[in-house]
Design a protein around this ligand. Structure first.
Ligand SMILES: Nc1nc2c(ncn2[C@@H]2O[C@H](COP(=O)(O)OP(=O)(O)OP(=O)(O)O)[C@@H](O)[C@H]2O)c(=O)[nH]1
Ligand SMILES: [Mg+2]
Length: 339
């Protein structure tokens, strides 16, 4: 599995004092002694030189923005690194887990980089945000390829299971998305669990009706733009709201409609989960009626009835008390079948 991506940039890559270093999701420069990075550059240059990779250099320069060398594989301080030179002034690197074969990823690494770098809109690499976005996008796409294609090859050989369903789980921060996945996966729940999702998690769940790949997205305001990177080809969307936090409803409603109205996800089924029902302090005797009333209020406020051309469901849940969690799983399979 791809664990990290980085970009090294400098007029002279050997001049460490003028090197810009970007990485995602982990900082590869943590040791601050630059040793690891120096070894990557030296290893890269040595292998590139030995294998005379530069036969790609006869590409006509004017027709493209960036010239990419074929990636080379190296072990640096026990790390499984795959690096590709760009224009002699940059190196993009992938770090894989030990037992991955980087050459499984060669084609996708080259193709995606080429696609992203050599189009009219790309890229000057002057602006930090632009570079970070580039790395995040490339990371997500390659990781996804690894998760969905390469790993699946091995699994499918043994399981002959059907293709899994991609579930895109989103919603603003703190509504309980990661807690939900954690509960399904491990059975655990902790009220003190407060680890806002920074990047995104993909968890696989084997259910009776099939396998789910659940993409748990970060709700943090700044990271919400990443939703668009992960949403393609989802089979179903799950939007989670925190019903105990009414102050967030306005924001939550806006974010919901921003995504749901997009072309990429037109007609894709949706489940709306109104989570944290345990915090409503429902009166024991009239629970049902109170929930019905709350549902009507939420439907009106969020205007869910305006959803068109797609199957959708609204479900109350409590990750804390396990309320309706299995119903959510069943509904996923019902809605995709219906589609
Ligand atoms: N009372 C109650 N608390 C819940 C429930 N589900 C989640 N929580 C709590 O809500 C908080 C946020 O949960 P997370 O799962 O991290 O929320 P998230 O949506 O993944 O947040 P981001 O990753 O920032 O988008 C945690 O303290 C959870 O314990 C629930 O059903 N009831
Ligand atoms: Mg989370």
């Amino acid at each position: 599995m791809l664990s990290n991506i980085f970009l090294l940039k400098g007029k002279d890559l050997d001049d460490m004092s003028h090197l810009d270093i970007y990485s995602y999701p982990f900082d590869i420069n943590v040791k601050n002694d630059n040793d690891f990075i120096r070894k990557i550059i030296q290893g890269h240059e040595k292998i590139t030189h030995e294998s005379a990779v530069s036969n790609h250099r006869n590409l006509v320069r004017n027709s493209i923005n960036y010239r990419l060398d074929p990636p080379v594989s190296q072990k640096v301080e026990d790390q499984n690194v795959f690096t590709m030179g760009i224009d002699d002034q940059m190196i993009i690197g992938l770090i894989f887990e030990d037992d991955d074969n980087p050459y499984d990823y060669e084609e996708i690494f080259e193709d995606l980089s080429n696609e992203m770098l050599n189009n009219d809109e790309c890229c000057f690499f002057e602006d930090e945000l632009e570079i970070e976005n580039f790395l995040i996008t490339l990371f997500i796409d390659i990781r996804r390829y690894g998760d969905e294609i390469i790993q699946r090859y091995h699994e499918i050989a043994f399981q002959s299971s059907e293709i899994f369903t991609k579930v895109f789980l989103f919603g603003i921060d703190d509504v309980g998305k990661t807690s939900f996945i954690r509960r399904l996966k491990t059975g655990q729940f902790s009220e003190n669990f407060y680890t806002p999702t920074k990047k995104f998690n993909i968890e696989y769940l084997q259910e009776e009706d099939g396998q789910l790949a659940i993409w748990d997205m970060p709700g943090n305001l700044i990271l919400r733009k990443n939703w668009l990177y992960g949403i393609q080809e989802s089979n179903i969307l799950i939007y989670m709201i925190d019903i105990a936090n009414q102050r967030s409803f306005k924001e939550s409603k806006e974010e919901f409609w921003n995504i749901v109205n997009r072309d990429e996800v037109r007609e894709i089924p949706i489940i709306i989960i109104a989570n944290k029902v345990d915090l409503l302090n429902l009166n024991h005797h009239s629970q049902e009626e109170q929930l019905i009333r709350t549902k009507v209020e939420l439907m009106e406020y969020f205007e869910f009835n305006n959803l068109e051309n797609r199957p959708w469901e609204f479900i109350f849940s409590s990750v804390k008390t396990n309320y309706n969690l299995l119903k959510i799983i069943d509904t996923i399979f019902e809605l995709i079948d219906y589609n």
